[in-house]
Write a protein that binds this ligand. Structure first.
Ligand code: PMV
Length: 317
């Protein structure tokens, strides 16, 4: 039996994929069809504190200070993740989770959320695990959480084993201080199709998806090269093309899956216009309407004046 602490707090950053994870080869273990590569957003993420509740029967979950309904999907996913550790003997827990980015800011909080929860559980139980092991456990909560174990660049290796024990992320261990990620939050829209359902639909119905593994393989190699030689244009153009290719497979699904809103298109066209005017800026999008842009610090003043409502994050500061 491990020596269980009374309370433990952990932090994990949000990450933005430059080569996307889209499609599972095993939906229970969250094993992906393709490798993916991301950049974590430094001090934008999730902090989760776990406290033991001796005598209580059920976990109590709080999100940004407010109690979460025990029947909600969010709560059930959190409890299921804690259940992975429950046989070790913690009993019920109070879970207090806080996101640095406002909900609806277009940053996937499930990635930082499950990475922080995994780190907090491992800390509470006093376990000593490698980052790869943490990444595997976080992956079971949400695939992209496998990458949020790390700061900086992370490469999630899809693995080949049916048990998923070789499907974890590792750190690229490169620092790129000039890199900036801009987050443009667009008008609130109706609840989109979740990534789990969206991936399933794409894999099941889009013939275009057959080309996706090849696209991802090429883009991973390009991104790794771009990061090694610090070629921002190669990094950004690869990330943008990868995101557009992923969204093309969604649109080629049936029923068609389109996460974009009219405002998303407006922002993309502005990005392309600014780039034509000579600013090195590239866009990426995930399973929602918001657009994230990649640029370097020398373009920051210009980018701030073009996109006034943009939240600018320096991943390596
Ligand atoms: O980890 P999930 O199930 O939320 O899926 C994430 C999917 C994308 O955000 C669209 C791509 C990615 O690699 O983060």
């Amino acid at each position: 039996q491990p020596d269980i602490a009374d309370s433990f707090e952990a932090y994990a950053p949000v990450n933005i994929a430059l080569c996307k994870y889209w499609g599972k080869r095993n939906a229970v273990l969250n094993l992906p069809v393709n490798d993916s590569l991301s950049i974590s957003l430094g001090n934008k993420g999730t902090t989760t504190r776990l406290t033991r509740l001796p005598g209580a029967e059920k976990d109590k979950v709080f999100l940004n200070g407010k109690p979460v309904d025990g029947e909600s999907a969010f709560c059930r996913k959190v409890v299921a993740h804690i259940d992975l550790f429950r046989p070790l003997g913690s009993g019920a827990l109070r879970v207090e989770t806080r996101n640095d980015v406002a909900t609806g800011a277009g940053l996937a909080s499930s990635a930082s959320g499950f990475a922080a929860l995994t780190k907090a559980l491992v800390g509470l139980y006093g376990l000593t695990l490698s980052n790869e092991e943490l990444s595997i456990i976080a992956r079971l909560g949400s695939g992209s959480a496998s990458r949020s174990i790390y700061s900086g660049f992370a490469h999630w290796h899809r693995g080949v084993r049916p048990d998923g024990m070789d499907s974890f992320a590792s750190s690229l261990d490169v620092i790129w201080p000039e890199l900036r990620v801009g987050v443009l939050t667009l008008a609130e829209s109706e609840k989109p199709t979740g990534s789990r359902e969206g991936m399933q639909r794409t894999v099941d119905s889009a013939i275009l998806y057959n080309s996706w593994p090849e696209q991802a393989d090429r883009d991973i190699r390009r991104l790794e090269h771009a990061i090694t030689v610090r070629d921002f244009t190669l990094l950004g153009s690869t990330a943008e093309q990868n995101a557009m290719a992923m969204h093309a497979t969604m649109l080629a699904s049936w029923p068609p899956l389109l996460y974009w809103q009219p405002e998303s298109v407006e922002v993309l066209q502005k990005v392309w216009q600014v780039r034509q005017d000579g600013v090195q800026v590239f866009a990426t999008m995930d399973a929602g309407p918001n657009v994230k842009v990649l640029f370097e610090s020398n373009s920051e003043p210009e980018m701030r004046s073009v996109f006034q409502s943009m939240d600018v994050i320096a991943p390596f500061s």
